[in-house]
Design a binder for this molecule. Structure first.
Ligand SMILES: *Cc1c(COP(=O)(O)O)cnc(C)c1O
Length: 491
């Protein structure tokens, strides 16, 4: 062996030693099965306990979470136990049907299997060339969604991580569609109500549009945009030489579930050559049922729509969608060129997701949606969104009839506002204590908001696991706690 050969041999040995040391990254069949069995058993035990679990466990801010990184591999059981004692314990339990606050979560089981498979084969769904069938599956899911909102064949869309990013894409698309450049920003006007989701305020800022003229349009008694006031404001702005550009409506506001008068907004936007964006992150999935279609009538006339499958389609967190009626405008906003991608994009007959999105590399999000839709069947989803509307209406009727309680307006969708009016003392303060008492108890989780300067309680029904028994129990808990607080108030 000459010097070169022995040094090459040493080099090979050193490389192989690293390969050996990295081998825990590739568990073999038996080990994989062992790991998977333990994880699936843990998940099953969680799901079996779930119906008896609280909707909220207060505290936990100072829990020691076990990061405990070490150089050596560790066994799985203690890690699962640690998860169970910490992450799966404190705070809101979004997998539970007892979550009736904010906008409840989902987590249909087949979605987790879709994620599992997508993670195992790790297909690159950002570019046609890299995984034509993964891209096509997602494209067809988007087409199903554009069909659901009533768009035609020119529509396009993108599966995002959630509603905030989807809304950002829509705002950027609206900006590019109307060729708004930095110098023109201050002469353009945006119209929305005080109930617009704050992620749109963020999106406007991120899109470089902070300096537009913001017009906060008044609302009616149902917290829907007042279309006549919108028209009036547009006339005034034109008179001032400004450029009315964008109307943002909500297909279900987060706070009260109110649906803006979409058809009227579309008529105004049409006539004024403005862009209409509709944020349906919470509400658009109600289009799956007849009543929802009636309530959201006109949504199909919007230029762009956002929906959140991780809300109304009951997926686990991580799924939003932006839908654009004239799909080429989405491509106009996000098309790009990159030399190193030349062979991937040269032959494209249709835009890749990366050309319709701020993202390049992204998870293969289609499977988590496709699998539940196929495995459960659409009828189950339709029934479930309908059940949510019925539960909200049922609660509204019941709470309005309970002595001492006062219900907000008849719900447009599945959010109900209400409060207790005590015989003595401050009403806001009483309701603050009432929501705190129910949160402290934790069996069910509800939240509150400020509406027209008043502290009110909210019921939001959106989890696929929330059923009539939860609503009946909430009515009991509200009465018990209100009665107790009344008594305490008297002494
Ligand atoms: C939840 C929600 C959003 C934000 O979506 P994320 O998925 O949380 O990012 C936007 N608009 C409305 C109406 C929502 O309910």
């Amino acid at each position: 062996m000459n010097y070169t050969e022995s040094s090459l041999e040493a080099e090979r040995e050193a490389i192989l030693a690293r390969q050996e040391a990295a081998s825990p990254l590739e568990p073999q069949a038996q080990r994989r099965r062992e790991l998977a069995t333990k994880v699936f058993d843990y998940a099953d035990a969680f799901l079996e306990k779930l119906p008896g679990m609280p909707g909220f466990v207060p505290g936990g801010e100072h829990t020691e979470v076990p990061l405990q990184l070490s150089e050596e591999p560790q066994s799985l059981e203690p890690l699962l136990q640690q998860l169970g004692a910490t992450v799966d314990h404190f705070g809101i339990n979004p997998a539970s049907g007892a979550h009736l606050g904010y906008i409840p979560g989902g987590g249909v089981y087949p979605a987790s299997l879709g994620d599992y498979l997508a993670d195992v084969f790790n297909r690159y769904s950002g570019i046609n060339f890299a995984s034509p069938a993964a891209v096509e599956l997602e494209r067809q899911l988007v087409t199903w969604m554009t069909g659901l909102v009533g768009y035609g064949e020119h529509a396009a869309g993108d599966l995002t991580s959630g509603g905030s990013i989807a809304n950002l894409s829509a705002i950027v698309t609206a900006r590019e569609a109307h060729n708004i450049r930095a110098a023109d920003v201050p002469i353009n006007c945006i119209y929305y109500t005080a109930q617009m989701h704050h992620c749109l305020t963020k999106a406007i800022g991120i899109a470089g549009l902070t300096e537009v003229q913001h017009r906060i349009v008044p609302m009616d008694a149902f917290h829907r945009m007042d279309a006549a006031a919108l028209e009036q404001q547009i006339i005034e702005d034109r008179r001032l030489g400004l450029r009315p550009w964008l109307v943002i409506g909500s297909a279900g506001t987060t706070d009260t579930g109110a649906v803006d008068p979409l058809d009227r907004l579309a008529g105004i936007a049409d006539r004024e050559s403005m862009w209409l964006h509709v944020d349906g992150a919470y509400g658009a999935a109600f289009l799956l049922c007849e009543e929802g279609r009636r309530k959201l009538q006109g949504i199909e006339r919007a230029d762009s729509i956002v929906m959140d499958p991780h809300k109304g389609l009951f997926l686990p967190y991580g799924s939003g969608a932006v839908l654009v009626r004239e799909g080429h405008l989405l491509a106009k906003a996000f098309a790009y060129e990159a030399n190193y991608m030349q062979d991937a994009v040269a032959s494209e007959s249709r835009p890749s997701p990366a050309s319709l999105s701020p993202e390049l590399t992204r998870p293969f999000r289609g499977l988590r949606l496709w699998l539940p839709l196929r495995i459960c069947g659409l009828a189950a989803f339709r029934a479930c969104v309908e059940e949510k509307l019925m539960l909200a209406r049922y609660f509204h009727r019941r709470i309005a009839a309970l002595p001492g309680f006062e219900a907000g307006p008849e719900p447009d969708l599945s959010v109900v506002t209400y409060r207790y009016v005590p015989e003595h003392g401050d009403t806001d303060d009483f309701n603050r204590r009432l929501v705190a008492a129910i949160q402290q108890d934790g069996e069910l989780f509800i939240s509150s908001t400020m509406l027209d300067g008043r502290f009110v309680l909210r019921l939001a029904v959106l989890s696929f696991r929330t059923h009539l028994n939860h609503i009946e129990r909430l009515l009991e808990l509200l009465q018990e706690n209100a009665a107790r607080l009344q008594c305490e108030g008297r002494v």
